[in-house]
Design a protein around this ligand. Structure first.
Ligand SMILES: Nc1ncnc2c1ncn2[C@@H]1O[C@H](COP(=O)(O)OP(=O)(O)OP(=O)(O)O)[C@@H](O)[C@H]1O
Ligand SMILES: [Mg+2]
Length: 304
């Protein structure tokens, strides 16, 4: 099975001929001494047992593995691959990516994906994140494009130009790429957390980041049988986040001005107001299901 897989800090996304999906980037080590109900399934790797994704999220015991940097994420890639296989994504050929600023770890990533799915390393390609989104929307963009990928941890960007097909060049040539750290939706979630802590000090300790991410999406929270309307908090946090984002985007202003299409993908695109996006560029394209766009584009590379 061919699979485009996007290993993000917030979620792992996949796209194959038979389906697509995502799960939270969460891992908990399971120690045999702790009680576990039989419905939950673990993944074995390196002599240890792990709960992954939804299983990790719904299992309150176990030791959470903190995945805060790319090296750590790559280390746990085989665990995510085995979880994918358990979910029916038995990949034999994979295209995946790394943030543009971490392409030096490409070989390491290839090895770990190959190990996770037990396939030869030649069957795995690693491309810069952002190029997946670019391929996903290639029919909707003009010839000079800036792609913003608003992720959980980072805001990545890629500046690309359509190559000259007569010369037999690749369709797009990447001119420039980079990342702004700590400008993903995590920063928005932190803001929600601090506003929330101020208004409901008694409830704050009960929430994980994934809970808070859900609050940002649903704008309300049900706790102890009571529903809290958090629209105002979410709006205030989003405004603060958009100001931060605008600060980073200002540093890309030259690129934004030069390009004729601005593409905004990644899960963060769900959270940004259309008005804000239009204030950045007159021609903005947001891919369908923007968080899956990257994986869908990676998959496209396998079809060619
Ligand atoms: N349907 C949705 N509605 C609103 N927000 C969403 C939705 N899906 C995802 N998000 C938010 O977007 C965030 C980023 O999603 P995405 O999957 O693009 O990040 P990531 O690729 O895991 O992160 P990174 O690129 O930094 O590694 C999620 O953590 C969540 O907060
Ligand atoms: Mg991402």
């Amino acid at each position: 099975m061919k699979a485009g897989i996007d290993f993000g800090f917030g979620q792992v996304k996949f796209y194959t001929e038979s389906g697509k999906g995502k799960f939270p980037t969460e891992v908990k080590e399971f120690r045999k001494t702790s009680f576990v109900s039989i419905q939950k399934r673990t993944v074995s790797y390196g002599g240890k047992e792990y709960f992954v994704g939804e299983e990790a999220q719904s299992y309150s015991k176990g030791i959470p593995i903190v995945i805060a940097d790319v090296e750590r994420l790559i280390e746990y890639v085989p665990v995510f691959c085995r979880y994918l296989a358990m979910k029916g994504v038995k990949a034999t050929e994979v295209v995946t990516g790394l943030p543009p600023s971490h392409m030096n770890l490409k070989e390491e990533m290839r090895k770990k994906v190959a190990e996770g799915f037990s396939v030869p390393e030649e069957n795995v390609s690693v491309v810069p994140q952002g190029s997946g989104i670019l391929l996903d929307v290639e029919d909707k963009v003009e010839d000079f494009i800036l792609v913003l990928d608003v992720g959980f941890n980072t805001l990545d960007y890629v500046v690309a130009r359509r190559g000259n097909p007569q010369l037999g060049e690749a369709e797009f040539e990447i001119e420039e790429a980079g990342s702004f750290h700590r400008l993903g939706t995590y920063s928005l979630i932190k803001e929600v957390e601090s506003l929330f802590a101020g208004e409901f000090p008694e409830l704050n300790t009960l929430l994980t980041y994934h809970d808070l991410a859900k609050v940002v999406r649903e704008r309300k929270l049900k706790i102890g049988g009571k529903e809290y309307d958090l629209s105002e908090i979410v709006d205030r946090a989003r405004e603060a986040y958009e100001i931060k984002l605008q600060g980073a985007i200002m540093r890309l202003l030259d690129e934004i001005k030069r390009c004729n299409t601005l593409v905004v993908g990644g899960g963060g695109a769900y959270l940004l107001e259309e008005e804000f996006l239009r204030s950045l560029h007159p021609n903005v394209v947001v891919p369908e299901e923007p968080d899956l766009s990257q994986a869908r584009g990676y998959y496209k590379l396998l079809e060619e």
